[in-house]
Ligand binder design. Sequence first.
Ligand SMILES: NC(=O)c1ccc[n+]([C@@H]2O[C@H](COP(=O)([O-])OP(=O)(O)OC[C@H]3O[C@@H](n4cnc5c(N)ncnc54)[C@H](OP(=O)(O)O)[C@@H]3O)[C@@H](O)[C@H]2O)c1
Length: 307
Amino acid sequence: MTRVLLPSSPILNPSISDFSGFRESSAALLTSRYLLLCRKARASSGVLSAAAMADAPLRTVLVTGAGGRTGQIAYKKLKERPDKYIARGLVRTQESKEKIGGADDVFIADIRNAESIIPAVQGIDSLIILTSAVPKMKPGLDPSKGGRPEFYFEDGSYPEQVDWIGQKNQIDAAKAVGVKHIVLVGSMGGTDPNHPLNSLGNGNILVWKRKAEQYLVDSGIPYTIVRAGGLQDKEGGVRELLVGKNDELLQTETRTISRADVAEFCIQALEFEEAKFKAFDLASKPEGTGTPTTDFKALLTQIYERF
Ligand SMILES: NC(=O)c1ccc[n+]([C@@H]2O[C@H](COP(=O)([O-])OP(=O)(O)OC[C@H]3O[C@@H](n4cnc5c(N)ncnc54)[C@H](OP(=O)(O)O)[C@@H]3O)[C@@H](O)[C@H]2O)c1
């Protein structure tokens, strides 16, 4: 097998330890374009075989909710793998765009407005949906009086508008451009219509999320549904991940997962046929128990449920 060495260039090793690194002339975007050009040049000179090119085509992946807590990790992870992906982000505001580096590959759109999504999906191969209605806490809680926090959704930003209409708009827009795979992140708990999360701000959030999941299944597009357990802002890659079905994991002690692990799972799902046309509940063992997951193909093979 011919081993291809890329010419050494500082641009091939951008320092992307945090989002401020992205600002440096969108180094990761340039890197992926540069790699693509290198590949094309080598293929035409016969150095890189057609088979090798087919093995590793660069894929353009859009992460929506890229300013959100899981979305920004997924976007960053894609940027750190320019040999595989051309990353794109969709955020709602200029402020969110700046937060994740402000690169040209970050589009501003409101998913409730179908037309606004169109520029972001042009030419994408895959879509990772990480948008969600975000409940807000009502002011005036006095913890010293042992009160329980109450939540509300802003007008127009109820789960019906964001988790149903907004996700549906994204699926339609992606379908129109021939997307090859959609990964949709939702939540465990959806099998129980009386789940407490549905009462949150009277939003019925799990009901609307599930409706969007069903819409994706019915769309005919290859999909992966990820129903995460309680999200934690903890380090990723250090726990054994657990996949399940029908909310069975909710009956166990292992019902949480780090946002970094969810982001990684979404990206790994793009790599394996075993991820397609399936719905995964996702949680992890506590750190220090079990073996940190590295074999995602084996993990994805454990589930057969289409919904
Ligand atoms: N929290 C949990 O414990 C939990 C458990 C299981 C599953 N989940 C699910 O996991 C996913 C990721 O959760 P997360 O906590 O990381 O998300 P998050 O931080 O709440 O991010 C949600 C993102 O959606 C964006 N968004 C909302 N409305 C939008 C609109 N109309 N147009 C464009 N973007 C819009 C928000 O943009 P802005 O930044 O502009 O607001 C935000 O960036 C969500 O689907 C969530 O429901 C959460």
